[in-house]
Structures are given as structure tokens and as C-alpha cells.
Design a protein around this ligand. Structure first.
Ligand code: NAP
Length: 663
């Protein structure tokens, strides 16, 4: 538990007593920001009378900024949240816990305190509680990693709830796979700044010996796992088994925090290591590099390892299908000493949801290219894209169902918005092949996932697996959003809304003549939206027959691709809904640049890249342009609202998507 525990709440929420309780239980030091302030200005009451609260807050920020220790219990003054930078400083190395207390309880608890000056300066501090609470409650909510109700609870109960929370927290570990001990020290220093603990893969270090190992372990500042995988178990250690075990025994002697030894090693040796572990903890691990066996087989493996009485069991399999992750989630149920996840790109959701299902550790690479196993994401991605530090057992899982879901950009927009709104959701890629869809939706229901986006090739196929489809999605004939509501899966289509809102940024659509190029899934939503807005639509497509069918269905016109030049001239709005120009074919455009005329509105729904060749041509011809990211953002805004009931911040979503699209 390297992170600080930061207690936050209004005066009288019990921070001081809870801090003392936790400090005693965990053997940690307390820092009270109010006490630190008092060392600088005493008494506070006189200071406030002579100065103002603004001056006080400045001193408070300075105190918070200067906290640079780990492993503390920090008891914060009730008003520190009023400055966002205080929250940012504390979050860098701490978990913020909000002790939520009702107005009545606060009144009761602080009635007798004299040392508390009024915050508003107008009322007594008792009368102002409601007013200040109203102002601060949204700030507390935004800052809190966890909330604990304290009304009518003794300190011990509140403290124990916090201890349970902390104990449950999954730690993020960075493996070090450097080839030399000099590089390992450098990587270790970097990794320690980012992770909860570090795994030293000594099998990667050339000519590793006991001296080098001792130097490395002595240089650590955080908890460390020492692992030395032999070549036959997918490691790199080239020495003899005796040399390998000697190194592990040395790791115990020099008090490494954890030693990892494989269940496939000689059982007598594993037992001996466990017996002689001293202050180290022993992880006994099993890796299946081919597949994810059945839950029964994995439970048998767990029991086989458990019999040896290690401190932690590690079971890692390979996901051949997205559905393998659910076997791991079931395996984790009810076990508090298990590290488990799936390797491979299809196993990434088990790494992201490790804190939800209770894996004690999840792994992330120091940076791209420094992975110790397949499917391992970088710490940057785990933290900044997937908000791994905020995921817990209450997190609602959402994502995108698609054959190439890993390429979807939506994770950037949704996860940034969940973080900003302090919503306990996590969005991730559900990489599902056509033949896996039925089983995936079954698991989605069983594990109570909250919702999902749907993309190629499942927008139509998914309809038969869900319970209800809303009127618009029915008319469009495709579902791009699923919401789980009271155990039922409901399908929506937000693409049409995205297209219409994007167009409305530049023009009114009523009675406008619009040419839609393409007749695929995207085109269906665009044509539906344009019809709804009373535009006059013509569809053209490479396969004219598809244009004819779509035009008939929506009662609009169609034409042949050979007439594109004339059609571009005759229409006021031109929309590309084909995939032409999409990465990697960025030099292609469905329209000849010289056919574009000044004053036309040109929209490309392709968003990768945002500046497609068509958009560049249109800009050159002085047309008004709408890039694909506009539709993407608007459709995501609708999805977000369907899942959470809240309106996300448009600018934040825009910033999140543009920062990756322009990279
Ligand atoms: P889709 O259903 O597979 O349809 C593809 C369309 O592109 C078809 O009309 C196809 O014509 C046409 N096409 C493909 N290659 C072509 C070529 N070389 N020359 C001429 N036409 C070609 O795909 P979709 O779901 O509609 O997606 C299409 C594009 O829109 C993708 O880039 C997707 O990322 C993007 N999109 C963006 C958003 C957004 O929010 N911005 C939303 C949805 C889709 P045929 O019928 O002749 O095969």
C-alpha cells in the first residue's frame, strides 16, 4: 500500500479520529494539513480576522504541495477542494476518500467547537453549514476516489470500511526486462514513479549473478517482485536450474518483497523456498501460452498451487477468444490471493478489469516496446486512457463490440469524460469475431456489463441477440449502441444524430439537396438523418444496386457513379460515407478535386485521418468542410447520455479525440 490515504470531508465528518484509527492499524504517520498550517499561522481564528480566507487557502496549497512522502494518512482541511490544484497534488500519490456526513450530523458533532472561524464571514459557523456544504458537495464528489457514509457510524466502522477498500485495491506492476543491470536500474527508477510495484525479470539480464541482483534490489524504493523464468517456461534464463534457484534464494536473503516461482518447478524446491521465505512473500505462478482452459481445469490448477501455501497464486492464460476473459473473471470470484488475467490482444479486458474482479496485481509495460508478455498495455495507456487507478468492484463496464475494436477511437472520448464527470465507468475494446457474438452477448448479460457501442461487422447482426430495439434504430436497420436496463438489452442508433448535428454546424438541412456517396452502414444512418430533416437526398454507390435498394427503402433518389461530376454540381451538400480515403489508403478520394466548386458543403464521415484527401481537396476549392470527427463526437455524446444519464462536456470529448487523430 504505497499510496497515501487522503481523508476529505466537511468539518466534523470524523477525519481526525478516522485518521488516528487508520494510522494505528496500518502503522502509518498522519499529516494533518490544518496542523501544518497552524505551525505557520496560529491561532487560525486571529489570522482570518486579520487577513482573509484567500490568504489561508494560499498557505494551505503550499502545505499540500510540500507533502512529498509516501505511506501517509493525510487529514485534509474541509475546504482544500476549493482549489483544483490541491486535488491534483494529492492525487499524484494518494487515494482520496470522502467521509460523507449529513448536515444534521455535522451540526451535532461540531456544536461545541470554538476554534472554528466562520467561512462566509456573515453567519455563525453552525448556520453556514448548509450553504458551504451545497457549494462543496459537487467538489467533494468530483475529487473523491471513494465515498464512505459516516452518519451514525462509529469511527471503527468507518475505518474498517476504508481498510477493506484499500485491501481490495489491485496494484499495477511494471515488469523490467532490461538486458543489462545498468539499464535495469534506470528502468526501475522510472517505473517506480509510475507503478505500485515493479517486477524485476532477472532472466532478461545478461550474466546476472548474486552481486548484481543484490545491487539491483538494494536500489529499489518500492515493492519489488523478483522473477527468473527458465527458457522452457518462456523465460530467458540460460543458466542451470541450480543457478536459477540460488538466485531466487539470494532474492529472499536480501529481502525482496516477492519472489515468483513457477508451479512447474520441482515441488520440493518450491516447498523449500516457501519454508525459508523470511520477510519475502512467495508467488507461485502458472502460465498457459496456448489457450484458456475450462474453469474447472483452472480451479484445479489453483487448488494444486494453494496446497503449497504460497502468499499469492498467479494464473495467466492466453485468450483465443474474447469469451475466455469471462472464465478468468469467474476464476477470480471469492479468491483473495489470486493474480489472474489473459494474455494476448483478446485478453486485454481482463487486464483492464483486474480491479473489478479482484486480481491482486495487473501488469503494464514501462512503455511501448518494453512488454514482458503479449497484450500488455503501457502504463501510460492503462492510467491515462483506461483510468486503471479509478477502477474498482463497482465500476460499470462499457466498450465497443467490433472485429477490430482495438482500433476504435471512442475509448479516448468516453474514458476522458467518465474521469471528468467522476463516473465509475470504464470503456474498452470488445474484440469479437462474428462467430463469437452470441456467446459474448450471453456473457455481457451474465456479468452485468452496462452497455456498449457496436461497430463493423456487428451493427445488424447484433439485433437478433438483444431484447428490444428503439424505433429509430429499427428504421435505420442497424444498432450502434446497446444499453443494459433492468436486465434487458436495448439497441439504439446514435450515428444518424451524429451526422445531423455535424451537418447543422454548417447548414440548415431543410429542403437542401444532398448527395450521399456510399450505401453501407454509415450511409443508412446519414440518409435517415437527412430525410428526418427534410433534405432532398440522392444516393450513389460503387455497386449501384445497393444504392437502388437503399434509396427505395428510404424513398429517396439514386443515380449511377458515372454521373458523379454532374451530381456534385447539382447538389448543395456532398457527403462521403464510403471508406475511401481511410487509413492506410490516405491518398485516395472518391471525388475528383476539380469537380468541387466553391460554396458547396463537403462532409467526409471517414475520421481516420481527420484531414482526408477529400477534405483537403474541398478546402482547396473553398468549400465549407465537415470532418468525420464531428459526427463521431456527436454520436458519442448521445451514447454517453444513454449509458449514464449525463451530458458529457463537448469540448473535452473534442480535445480527447483530436489529440489522437492529429497525432
Ligand atoms: P460499410 O458498411 O462496409 O460500407 C462501405 C461503403 O464504402 C460501401 O458503400 C462500399 O461500396 C464503399 N466502398 C468501399 N470501398 C470502396 C472503393 N474502393 N470505391 C468505392 N466505394 C467503396 O462501412 P461503413 O460502416 O458504412 O463505414 C464507412 C466509413 O465510414 C468507414 O471509414 C467508417 O469508419 C466511417 N464511419 C464514420 C462514422 C463517424 O461517426 N464519423 C460512423 C460510421 C462510419 P460497395 O457497396 O460497392 O461495396
Amino acid at each position: 500500500m504505497p499510496k497515501n490515504i487522503v481523508l476529505m470531508g466537511y468539518r466534523g465528518s470524523g477525519k481526525t479520529y478516522t485518521a488516528r484509527y487508520l494510522a494505528k492499524k496500518l502503522g502509518r504517520k498522519i499529516i494533518s494539513t490544518d496542523k501544518e498550517i497552524k505551525k505557520k499561522i496560529c491561532p487560525i481564528k486571529d489570522f482570518i480576522e486579520k487577513n482573509d480566507w484567500e490568504k489561508f487557502r494560499e498557505i494551505e496549497s503550499e502545505v499540500i504541495r510540500n507533502i512529498n512522502e509516501n505511506n501517509l494518512i493525510i487529514d485534509c482541511g474541509g475546504g482544500f477542494v476549493e482549489r483544483e490544484r490541491n486535488v491534483e497534488s494529492l492525487k499524484k500519490n494518494g487515494i482520496i476518500i470522502w467521509l460523507k456526513t449529513s448536515h444534521e450530523q455535522i451540526r451535532k458533532r461540531i456544536r461545541d467547537s470554538e476554534e472554528r472561524p466562520s467561512l462566509t464571514g456573515k453567519k455563525s459557523f453552525l448556520d453556514e453549514i448548509e450553504e458551504v456544504l451545497q457549494k462543496r458537495t459537487p467538489l467533494y464528489k468530483k475529487a473523491a476516489d471513494y465515498e464512505i457514509d459516516t452518519d451514525n457510524k462509529p469511527v471503527e466502522q468507518v475505518g474498517n470500511e476504508i481498510l477493506k477498500l484499500i485491501k481490495m485495491k489491485t496494484e499495477v506492476c511494471i515488469p523490467i526486462i532490461a538486458k543489462t543491470s545498468e539499464q535495469a536500474v534506470k528502468d526501475l527508477k522510472q517505473a517506480e514513479k509510475l507503478a505500485d510495484l515493479v517486477e524485476l525479470r532477472i532472466d532478461f539480464i545478461k550474466n546476472i549473478d548474486e552481486n548484481k541482483l543484490e545491487k539491483l534490489v538494494k536500489s529499489k524504493n518500492k515493492k519489488i517482485i523478483v522473477t527468473c523464468r527458465p527458457k522452457n517456461l518462456c523465460g530467458n534464463f540460460g543458466g542451470s536450474e541450480k543457478e536459477r534457484i540460488n538466485l531466487l534464494e539470494k532474492a529472499i536473503e536480501i529481502e525482496s518483497d516477492f519472489i515468483d516461482i513457477e508451479i512447474e518447478s520441482d515441488k520440493k524446491i518450491i516447498k523449500k523456498i516457501i519454508e525459508k521465505k523470511n520477510n519475502s512473500k512467495i508467488i507461485v505462478s502458472h502460465h498457459n501460452l496456448k489457450e484458456t482452459p475450462s474453469l474447472k481445469e483452472l480451479n484445479d490448477k489453483y487448488n494444486e498451487i494453494e496446497k503449497l501455501n504460497p502468499d499469492l497464486v498467479k494464473i495467466v492464460t492466453t485468450a483465443k477468444s474474447i469469451n475466455d476473459n469471462f472464465i478468468i473473471f469467474s476464476l477470480l470470484r471469492g479468491k483473495d490471493d489470486l493474480i489472474a488475467f489473459c494474455m494476448g490482444i483478446r485478453g486485454q479486458i481482463s487486464r483492464i478489469l483486474a480491479p473489478k474482479y479482484g486480481s491482486k496485481i495487473t501488469f503494464a509495460s514501462l512503455k511501448e516496446g518494453k512488454e514482458s508478455a503479449s497484450g500488455q498495455m503501457s502504463i501510460e495507456e492503462m492510467k491515462n486512457v483506461y483510468n486503471i487507478d479509478l477502477i474498482n468492484d463497482k465500476t460499470k463496464a462499457v466498450g465497443v463490440i467490433g472485429e477490430f475494436a482495438e482500433n476504435s477511437m471512442s475509448k479516448y472520448m468516453h474514458n476522458a469524460s467518465f474521469r471528468e464527470k467522476r463516473l465509475n465507468f470504464a470503456y474498452m475494446p470488445f474484440k469479437v469475431r462474428e462467430q463469437e457474438l452470441r456467446k459474448f452477448i450471453k456473457n455481457f448479460r451474465k456479468f452485468n456489463f452496462r452497455g456498449s457501442s457496436v461497430t463493423i461487422p456487428h451493427k445488424v447482426a447484433v439485433i437478433k441477440h438483444i431484447d428490444k430495439i428503439d424505433g429509430t434504430a429499427k428504421q435505420i436497420g442497424a444498432v450502434n449502441t446497446i444499453v443494459s436496463s433492468n436486465g434487458k438489452l436495448i439497441g439504439y442508433n446514435t450515428d444518424y444524430y451524429g451526422a445531423v448535428e455535424a451537418l447543422k454546424e454548417k447548414t440548415n438541412l431543410k429542403n437542401k439537396k444532398a448527395l450521399v456517396v456510399g450505401a453501407g452502414g454509415g450511409a443508412r444512418a446519414v440518409v435517415y438523418g437527412l430525410k428526418k430533416e427534410n433534405s432532398s437526398v440522392t444516393i450513389i454507390n460503387r455497386t449501384t444496386e445497393k444504392a437502388r435498394i437503399l434509396a427505395k427503402e428510404f424513398n429517396v433518389k439514386f443515380d449511377g457513379m458515372e454521373n458523379i461530376k454532374q451530381l456534385v454540381k447539382n447538389n448543395e451538400i456532398i457527403i462521403n460515407t464510403t471508406s475511401v480515403g481511410m487509413t492506410p489508403n490516405t491518398s485516395e478520394s472518391i471525388i475528383n478535386g476539380s469537380d468541387l466548386i466553391k460554396g458547396k458543403i463537403v462532409m467526409d464521415i471517414v475520421y481516420k485521418p481527420a484531414e482526408t484527401k477529400l477534405i483537403k481537396q474541398a478546402r482547396k476549392a473553398k468549400c465549407s468542410v465537415i470532418t468525420g470527427d464531428r459526427m463521431l463526437i456527436y454520436q458519442a455524446i448521445r451514447q454517453f447520455k444513454l449509458w449514464t444519464g449525463q451530458e458529457p462536456d463537448f469540448r473535452l470529448m473534442e480535445k480527447a479525440i483530436l489529440s489522437v487523430l492529429n497525432n
